[in-house]
Design a protein around this ligand. Sequence first.
Ligand code: AMP
Length: 217
Amino acid sequence: MTWQIVLLGPPGAGKGTHAKILSDRYRIPHISTGDILRSQIQQETSLGKHAKSFIDNGKLVPDELVVEMMKTRLQDPDVRHGFILDGFPRTVEQARALDEILSIKKMPLSLVLEFDTSEDVIVDRLSGRWSCSNCGANYHVRNIPPAKEGICDRCGQPLVQRKDDEPETVRERLRVYRDQTAPLIEFYEKRKLLRVVSGDLDVGPLQEELAQSMKCL
Ligand code: AMP
């Protein structure tokens, strides 16, 4: 049996943190479109150059670019036993494109986990978030501090604050989420793929909830 899972939720809901834990536990790749795009920016590829201003301003990178990028990523051999998608799809058009890609691969989605998260929690998490400049692991000054200040526990590289975590950009990202991504909740509800978990919970209790949801698969 293979698991094809989508994590859906606003920025700061904890998708990245939980995707990494689930990926280690179930040995399936964590595919984050945000991480791929940031790596493209770092490598100064043409996709990275194109995507940068959208990301810096809290907007979505155009569908056709992201869909093409994911078409390529989902052909990699490591997705044979399933995957956890974090940050994709983010629009109904992307969700339709994903359906098409997966129907050709004969790997339909198993589950969409929606991280239902309140705005106060989001703002607190994003303002205290530090991310690894190398592997993308996320930390929080209070909730998930690294063992050594400013250094990633996983790979030893320096931690940085993301430019798009600045308050004004966060507000724009939340607006974009409500307008363009939240309609996916109904999209997946209609397909009976949606399970809601509480994104407000701390890491341990939310992992419990996720484990319960995944048991039903
Ligand atoms: P994230 O790390 O998931 O918060 O993504 C950071 C930024 O990357 C987003 O604010 C968007 O600008 C861009 N991005 C990530 N995933 C997508 C996507 N599926 N579609 C469009 N833009 C995306």
